[in-house]
Design a protein around this ligand. Sequence first.
Ligand code: CS2
Length: 507
Amino acid sequence: MPHPASTPAGDAARIVHPIHDRSTLRGRILHLGFGAFARAFLSTILDETLDAMSADGEADWGPDWGPDWGMIAVRLNSGVEELDALEAAELHHWVVAADDSGMTARRVEALAGTCHPLRDGAEALFARFASPELSIVTLTITEKGYCSRGGRLDTEHAGIRRDLAAPKTPQTAVGVLVEGLARRRQAGLGGLTLLSCDNLPENGAVCRAVVEEFAARRDPALAEWIAANVTFPCTMVDRIVPALDEDGRALLAELGLGGAPGIVCEPFRQWVIEDDFAAGRPPFELAGAEFVADVRPFEEMKLRMLNGSHSFLAYLGALAGRRTISDCMADPLLAGAARGLMLAEQAPTLSMPQGVDLAAYAEALLARFANSRLKHRTTQIATDGSQKLPQRLLAPIRHHLEAGTPWPRLALGIAGWLAYCRGVAQDGTPLPLNDPLAERIRAISQAAGDERAYLRQMLSLREVFAAELAGRADFADAIAAAYLELREHGVEAALARLAEIPQESER
Ligand code: CS2
């Protein structure tokens, strides 16, 4: 049934209902990792695309390409209850885009089903791959979901070893993708697009590398079929979507939306995609997506300027007792350091296409970080640091080492992670360490006799610090100095010292 497009609900929030006909949706997109980000970003953009297609009665989408692009929401490990809640709500959810100037709540109706191998059986999931309806598999499985090392399949990874030994009952996302593609090939169907939407540099290329390498170890003919039939476009995705916690739930309840699945996020979003789809795609550009030939500069810009500053604020902010990113931005020292990091140490490492104004981008990011309606926990962003540091902070450090330019804020960011991994904030509050390397990091921290021994051991974590980088004296000395200063004098003193450096003289 069509809904009114927009119903004002007092001053609290503008409420938007979709206009497309959800009864025609088919399972054309399979999304692995349907969590907070997929709700607020991919399914919302899809919903708006479907609306734009439906609103254009004149357009000819071709016989097979109507506004019927439904998404199947998949989780592989946890999340059964969340998918059950979506089913109970007849596959709709609310997305509240909130900032200090207002709120819009959109009812999203882009889902055509849900699937969880632990609830429905693995065969139900593989049947989706072997369906002629399927065109695209989208992924938000986080950095660690790719089981990669240096951009290639990590064949030492316990989950990968397990799945290679029993490839028909896989547990990793990589194993599931390869078995799904094997089923599709067996069914005599055509290719697919695998669209990585995770915060990794060249995410499509990493996805291709791990899938093809896993397939080659299983069956070279399957790897050849994948190489010939499956595409892996790179994408840059951007929307700040904190995990739903009691703050988000309270806001949803305040808006009268507490009874249905929902998520709170910022209004901003950006999606830059390489246009290389093997089996068609929805016209996402109708909902603002940008299609470009080369996504790399945009990925690097976002990973270093946004995510790099996020990690910097997360570690230093959490150590200094700041709960959220907007709390960090209310602290002039932290906010000033984030601005300095972006302008003096991240922007100079980027080569952007003409017309991209990095100073304006930095100011817009700082305003987004200051959004006080988002309660984005520093400890949430602090998770999986071992997976995030290389592309966010270490890649730009390499650039400065080559160029001979200073990088004091990047050094403090790494020092912040090293101090965070000690497990306590400055006021003695315990800090949660959620990381694939958590066990090893805790063991290093407990066994280390003194700070220098701890540093030595941490810099020998090869998953984070490549041998050739950790072995450079200029790198190791700068990190040691920043870490020792942080441990001895605290976050405020370290930031105050940075604030003294005139930014212009660094260029
Ligand atoms: C954050 C990202 O948790 C994190 O590591 O930096 O999730 C960030 O909010 C998004 O990439 C924004 O697009």
